[in-house]
Design a protein around this ligand. Structure first.
Ligand code: GDP
Length: 183
């Protein structure tokens, strides 16, 4: 079944967003490899897609070698997942575009992995500031990308953007089904 990966800097609001998206209802937590540290969590949603919770990146206080190990872990995931349809890169709407996020998007692009951006914590800014920050982000992206990725503006505490993200995933799943059926 199709899977969608969620990733972002630590503290970006990923756990909260995943809680919002899964609503803790249709939620079945499946473990990756028992016995190993569970770095990746899979949630099956509506019996028809996987939400993959990838670990946060960008911890300030970790050694170079553990950064390397972590990078390897993430790149292994992206190289091996046949079912991965798309990634969602989470970005805190309050912050200026960060090199680490831009580099990560670059990596996804070069690896041919489609991705969308999820701006988080929108409740923390006024609409005008949201607009300005999103525009700044788009301008930076357009320096390296020909096309802008899909993006979503969300707030987990105010339940903003839940339907948009879920509808996007459902619509993508339907497209995949149709493609399969037409072959
Ligand atoms: P993670 O480390 O990326 O999983 O981030 P968490 O979901 O644990 O959130 C990190 C911090 O940001 C916590 O203190 C959350 O309460 C807060 N947070 C997360 N999402 C939102 C949001 O939409 N609005 C606000 N105001 N705070 C949020």
């Amino acid at each position: 079944i199709p899977e969608y990966a969620f990733i972002g800097r630590s503290n970006v609001g990923k756990s909260s967003l995943i809680n919002m998206l899964t609503d803790r209802k249709s939620l079945a937590k499946t473990s990756g490899r028992p016995g190993k540290t569970q770095l990746i969590n899979h949630f099956i949603i509506n019996d028809n897609w996987f939400l993959v919770d990838l670990p946060g990146y960008g911890y300030a206080r970790v050694s170079k070698s553990s950064k390397k190990t972590f990078q390897k872990f993430i790149t292994n995931y992206f190289e091996q997942r046949q079912q991965l349809v798309s990634a969602f890169v989470l970005v805190d709407i309050r912050h200026k575009p960060q090199p680490i996020d831009l580099e990560f998007m670059q990596y996804l692009g070069e690896s041919g992995i489609p991705f969308s951006i999820i701006f988080t914590k929108a409740d923390k800014l006024k609409p005008k500031a949201i607009e300005r920050n999103v525009e700044d982000y788009c301008n930076i992206l357009l320096e390296t990308w020909e096309e802008l990725p899909h993006y979503f503006i969300t707030s987990s505490s105010k339940k903003i953007g839940q339907d948009e993200v879920l509808d996007f995933i459902e619509a993508t799943n339907e497209e995949i089904e149709q493609l399969k059926n037409s072959i």
